[in-house]
Design a protein around this ligand. Structure first.
Ligand code: IMP
Length: 200
């Protein structure tokens, strides 16, 4: 085995979110191992994300998918934390409003505020069948735009503006987003840890 490859040969991407799957595939490719999705294995699992932190929820998902598949499983729990809203929607980002209405609700709640600072947070847990786990986190700072812009990415990307690029995350290419995003940072930390991890 080459020194920069990890000692596992198959990893389950523990999510049904197509945007996350695309980004995770891209970011985990350097490991040179087989990546599989729940759909490819015929696993349909609804995990109750009732943890208080991103890491709690990532662990709940990673361990549930690991138990269902018998494979090392990587889960990301992530969200948008807005300063002017006291850190909301945070761990509730996926449930902030009905699908299709989340960005609009956020912009409405931010209508009269000049303080636009926000960050995306990603917490990742890789759960192994032997009960061990690896964790990683990443953050990405930006601001809430006045209106949505761009068709790329997913979720809140069209309203997350990064002044240093003059773009919302939805106006970036996948590579540009992965280079600076919360998930990109967390995944690179995980990749490093997976390379050092030895299955026992
Ligand atoms: P969960 O981690 O599946 O609970 O959902 C996280 C939610 O946060 C997603 O449904 C998105 O609404 C939002 N989110 C997380 N990461 C991103 C991102 O990279 N871009 C845009 N929205 C994101």
């Amino acid at each position: 085995m080459s020194a920069d490859k990890c000692s596992i040969d198959k990893l389950l991407l523990a999510t049904g979110n197509a945007g996350k799957i695309r980004e995770m595939r891209e970011l985990l490719t350097p490991l040179g191992i087989e990546l599989v999705t729940p759909a490819e294995l015929g696993i349909d699992l609804e995990v109750d994300e009732n943890g208080e932190t991103f890491e709690d929820n990532a662990r709940l998902k990673a361990t549930a998918f690991c138990a269902a598949s018998g494979l090392p499983s990587v889960a990301d729990d992530s969200g948008l934390c807005v300063d002017a809203l006291g850190g909301a929607p945070g761990v509730h980002s996926a449930r902030y409003a009905e699908p299709g209405g989340r960005k609009r609700k956020l912009l409405e709640n931010m209508e009269n505020t000049e303080q636009r600072a926000a960050k995306f947070v990603s917490s990742i847990v890789c759960a192994f069948p032997n009960g061990e786990e690896l964790t990683a986190t990443g953050e990405c700072c930006g601001e809430i735009a006045r209106e949505p812009r761009g068709d790329g990415g997913f979720g809140y990307d069209p309203v997350f503006y990064m002044a240093e690029f003059g773009k919302t995350m939805a106006e970036m290419t996948d590579d540009e987003k992965n280079a600076v995003s919360h998930r990109g940072r967390a995944m690179r930390e995980l990749v490093q840890k997976l390379k050092e991890y030895k299955v026992n």
